[in-house]
Design a protein around this ligand. Structure first.
Ligand code: CDP
Ligand code: CDP
Length: 222
């Protein structure tokens, strides 16, 4: 197979990472979770005593880190990061560092390098619009705010975390607003992206739909 690029963007809780991972598995190609990269920078800054509000310092940190992909998550300097980057604190700090143009420049560069010589399914907020504008298949995955909040609620409850549905919904709305209104690389649907609303559809249905689009495109490429 020639290099094949799939971009999946959308708001938090739409199902991007769950679906992207399965699509990548089915196609036998690499999955890249770009949200985990923003989370990893926020986590490392917090644990290195770096002032998270100082863009220059956070960008230098991002530049200095060796970021690699691992089947179970993301590694920075060979340290595998898992649940520690999924806490509410890191979720909120990731959204702060993601607004910084210098940090984005460093991470977008690293994301483009990963996709330079291999096929990938990459998910995030600006993949179809900015990171991989020439992707073969672009998906904009959404779901209603109620459904997205409920999914996150169930996920956190299952992990034994104490959460309130209404508070989760308010936090998701705030993060959506941050992502959609920031000056650099805001979350928006690329003109050539296929819009998929997952509100009333299972993970399997969404994966099948995306695989169908990929197979059509792969057929065209051959
Ligand atoms: O899992 P969830 O959708 O809640 O978040 P994530 O995909 O792990 O991303 C964490 C944060 O990184 C988001 O709130 C976005 O602000 C930011 N992000 C971004 O700005 N651009 C990307 N390509 C990926 C994530
Ligand atoms: O990456 P993103 O924030 O867009 O969402 P996710 O972390 O992949 O999905 C959030 C939760 O919704 C997960 O527990 C998924 O299993 C679930 N989900 C679902 O119930 N139905 C879908 N069609 C997609 C995701």
């Amino acid at each position: 197979m020639r290099r094949f690029l799939v971009a999946i963007d959308g708001p938090a809780g739409a199902g991007k990472s769950t679906v992207a991972r399965k699509v990548a598995d089915c196609l036998g190609i690499t999955y890249v979770d770009t949200g985990a990269m923003y989370r990893a920078i926020a986590w490392k800054a917090l644990n290195s005593g770096i002032d998270i509000m100082k863009e220059e310092e956070v960008a230098q940190l991002a530049e200095s880190l060796d970021i690699s992909l691992h089947p179970e998550g993301i590694c920075i300097n060979d340290h595998l990061l898992k649940n520690e980057i999924r806490t509410p604190e890191i979720t909120s700090l990731a959204s702060v560092v993601a607004k910084m143009p210098k940090v984005r420049r460093v991470l977008v560069n690293k994301q483009q390098q990963i996709a330079e010589h291999q096929s990938v399914v990459m998910d995030g907020r600006d993949i179809g619009t900015n990171v991989l504008p020439c992707a073969d298949v672009k998906i904009f995955l959404t779901a209603s705010i109620e459904e997205r909040a409920l999914r996150r609620y169930k996920e956190m409850k299952a992990k034994g975390m104490a959460v309130e549905l209404e508070q989760l919904k308010a936090e998701l709305q705030k993060r959506d607003e941050n992502d959609c209104t920031r000056e650099i690389a805001p979350l928006k649907q690329a003109e050539d992206a296929v819009l998929i609303d997952s509100t009333h559809h299972s993970v399997t249905e969404i994966v099948e739909k995306i695989l169908h689009l990929c197979r059509n495109k792969l057929g065209d490429k051959e």
